[in-house]
Design a protein around this ligand. Structure first.
Ligand SMILES: [Zn+2]
Length: 230
């Protein structure tokens, strides 16, 4: 009986430390990104190894420490604004930083197969895709219409909240990021599982075009759970 209790206590300690370790891997990744953004803002970029040896080493395999989903906007390159190098971050870029099954599949690949412990959902100030959605009239057409359709709930929520034109624009950008988070948590089965297992941390932010700073966006606390598979 005594041995059983010792074993039980040991199991609890091992399980707990595993959980803490997984959580801290995501935290450490976030710290790396934010330290990089600070260097970028201050114009003190770190040196990057873009040499032959580094390429050869990475050709054997990648182990990116974070996944970033962000906008295709040419002014928002995550590797530069987070001051990271080759093989560091697994990037998904699409206008309006929205997710569809293909983008979600890419995120799942980064999280499940490459074991990245962090997903950063990054919107940005003055996003053209969000602006176009706010100004859209009637039914959106074509493939750009598919993007507008996806951002429409954020635009509606922002208009409802009101304020100046700039405030509505800013609210829509943030609401869109929160909706992307909800999509990630409700339309993927794997991602919420990894989050609940403590293997993946999800955070969000907005990149400010004029200052270069990434400002954190607080995500809704209770994320909708993914539908259970039958
Ligand atoms: Zn954009």
């Amino acid at each position: 009986m005594k041995q059983f209790r010792v074993l039980l206590a040991l199991l609890v300690v091992v399980a707990f430390s595993g959980f803490v370790f997984a959580g801290s891997a995501g935290d450490a990744s976030l710290q790396k990104l934010m330290d990089g953004n600070k260097r970028y803002v201050e114009g003190k970029l770190g040196s990057k190894d873009l040499g032959d040896n580094k390429r050869k080493e990475l050709a054997k395999g990648q182990k990116p420490f974070a996944i970033v989903i962000t906008c295709s906007d040419s002014r928002v390159p995550p590797e530069l604004l987070f001051d990271q190098g080759l093989g560091d971050i697994f990037v998904v870029r699409v206008a309006g930083n929205i997710v569809d099954p293909i983008a979600l599949g890419s995120i799942e690949y980064g999280a499940e197969h490459l074991n990245s412990p962090l997903l950063f959902i990054l919107g940005h100030s003055k996003c053209g895709a969000v602006k176009a959605t706010l100004e859209a009239k009637g039914e959106p057409e074509g493939n750009i219409g598919a993007i507008v359709k996806k951002i429409t709930p954020a635009a509606k929520a922002a208009k409802k909240k009101g304020g100046t034109e700039d405030q509505v624009f800013e609210t829509a950008i943030q609401e869109n990021v929160k909706n992307v988070y909800k999509d990630v948590m409700s339309k993927s089965k794997i991602i919420p599982e990894l989050v609940h297992e403590g293997k993946l941390k999800i955070v969000a932010g907005e990149y400010m075009l004029s200052t270069g700073k990434v400002e954190m966006i607080e995500l809704p606390k209770a994320a909708p759970a993914a539908k259970k598979a039958h």
